[in-house]
Design a protein around this ligand. Structure first.
Ligand code: G3I
Length: 449
């Protein structure tokens, strides 16, 4: 699985160059002498842990003003390993006046998440909705420039902190036309989407860049086909795109489709990750939630699921009771179905690399290797450079106990390793002590040197 490349994160090497790290031969020794226990861990008891055991994340939308709600924060911290700010990264929140950026609420969520080992999905950089008044009133080249500046500024602010960005949200029309949605952004020219993606890549070369939309779940729908064609075109022309987000708001008017798995796998076959980004289901039928999870697990590049809120009362559609927890924070049958599906799921995903950043660099692909009851090995393959520096992060309380085929150094936390090539080739490896957490390590950057 390729994780991220966050070029600005530069862990300090030095004092904690760890005695626990054993290079080449000793690393191999650790592998060969470790007890060869069955490669399974016990079934997870939370959504995040169970998803992590399948190499996925399980996330939720989070509202900053609810973090002080004890019931809310308790469930969030216990169950989820990914977070999407529900409104706090939107254009009206982050640039309320042109050129004046406001990150307080978004930073609060990011800090809450990252300090607890959760990853962050960024939502969203360019959207026709929730534009501040000044942007709503703009058009033409001035709007195009303002949009690109917004993308650049916000992606730069969160560089290294956001694993994936919904770069563009909801740019296609509903119905049978398959056309772009009319909006002030669309009227700046049909290339506004790719311009936004290029600006996002330049600002944060390590973040996965997603196109995100709703009513794109049914493979036969014109809107699904239109998004598919956009992604295929971007891949063919080298426009940077790494993932597609299916919001998956299901209800009686827009039900879970029987061909959902086909949609997921067809997008994945284009060479992008697929993420279920805003899942909620009217009435929260357990069987439908289970189907969604099983569909994701069946598609190797379906890398994670985010539900759009924690308790029913937190939902934008609260009257539909569409989520996994009741208003008082109790687990619903849908929760049990999701957890069981995650625990009975299939193999970890293999994901492709983000499109390499322009102007060089390299790509680092992480894959799962041997797993024991208390630790696991990962292998990273580097392409595009023979002299390279790769930054890898593990999730506390995980600790890297040995490495091979590279020269490591560490940041002060001990959780971020900078590995430099040492003439041993382009594949290095390391052993992570799980300490109860099986989240896959993340590649944060790959730099040619
Ligand atoms: O915070 C203000 C509050 O101070 C004010 O009193 C109140 C009255 O208008 O509004 C509050 O803000 C609301 C905000 O949610 C926070 O609750 C906004 O009006 C309201 O428009 C906003 O709705 C959000 C909606 O996006 C806006 O388009 C929902 O929370 C959010 O869940 C929803 O999320 C979207 C995704 O971004 C994209 N996909 C669809 C999804 C559901 O609509």
């Amino acid at each position: 699985m390729i994780e991220r490349c966050q070029g600005n994160i530069r862990p300090k090497s030095g004092p904690r160059a760890r005695t626990a790290v054993v290079l080449a031969a000793a690393g191999l020794l650790a592998v060969t002498t470790a007890a060869f226990l069955p490669g399974t861990a016990s079934a997870g008891t939370t959504l995040g842990a169970s998803a992590a055991e399948r190499g996925r994340y399980f996330g939720t939308a989070v509202a900053a003003n609810k973090l002080s709600d004890n019931t809310y924060a308790t469930i969030l911290n216990r169950e989820f390993n990914s977070v999407t700010p529900e409104n706090e990264m939107k254009i009206d929140a982050t640039e309320p006046q042109q050129g004046q950026f406001s990150y307080g609420a978004a930073d609060q969520i990011v800090n809450h998440a990252r300090s607890r080992g959760m990853q962050v999905r960024g939502h969203t950089l360019a959207w026709h909705s929730q534009q501040p008044g000044w942007m709503q009133n703009m058009s033409g080249s001035a709007l195009r420039q303002a949009m690109l500046n917004h993308v650049t500024q916000v992606a730069t602010h969160f560089r290294g902190q956001v694993v994936a960005w919904d770069v563009v949200n909801e740019a296609f029309a509903d119905g049978s036309s398959g056309a772009r949605r009319d909006s002030n952004l669309q009227r700046t020219g049909n290339d506004w989407i790719e311009a936004a993606f290029r600006a996002a890549r330049a600002a944060d070369p390590g973040a996965k860049l997603c196109y995100n939309d709703y009513n794109t779940d049914d493979w036969t729908h014109a809107k699904t086909q239109a998004v598919y064609n956009l992604v295929r075109d971007f891949k063919q022309r080298g426009v940077p795109i790494d993932c597609v987000g299916l919001q998956s708001h299901f209800n009686s008017g827009s039900p879970y489709p029987g061909n959902y798995r086909t949609t997921l796998s067809n997008f994945a076959a284009l060479g992008v990750d697929v993420q279920i980004t805003e899942l909620d289901i009217e009435g929260a039928p357990a069987a439908t939630y289970r189907n969604v999870v099983q569909d994701c697990l069946a598609v190797s590049r379906c890398t994670g699921i985010t539900v759009w809120g924690i308790r029913d009362t937190d939902s934008w559609r609260a009257s539909q009771n569409p989520l996994l927890f009741t208003g008082s924070g109790a687990k619903k049958p849908a929760y049990d179905a999701v957890l069981a599906a995650l625990n009975g799921g299939s193999t970890p995903p293999t994901t492709g690399p983000p499109t390499p950043p322009p102007g060089g660099g390299c790509t680092a692909t992480l894959r799962d290797a041997t797993r024991w009851s208390d630790r696991f090995n990962s292998e990273v393959t580097v392409s595009g450079a023979s002299n390279w520096t790769v930054v890898v992060a593990v999730t506390p309380p995980q600790k890297i106990s040995s490495t091979w085929n590279g020269t490591p150094s560490w940041d002060t936390s001990g959780n971020v390793m900078t590995m430099r090539s040492n003439g041993s080739g382009n594949v290095f490896g390391f052993t992570t002590m799980a300490n109860g957490t099986w989240t896959r390590p993340q590649v944060r950057s790959c730099t040619a040197s």
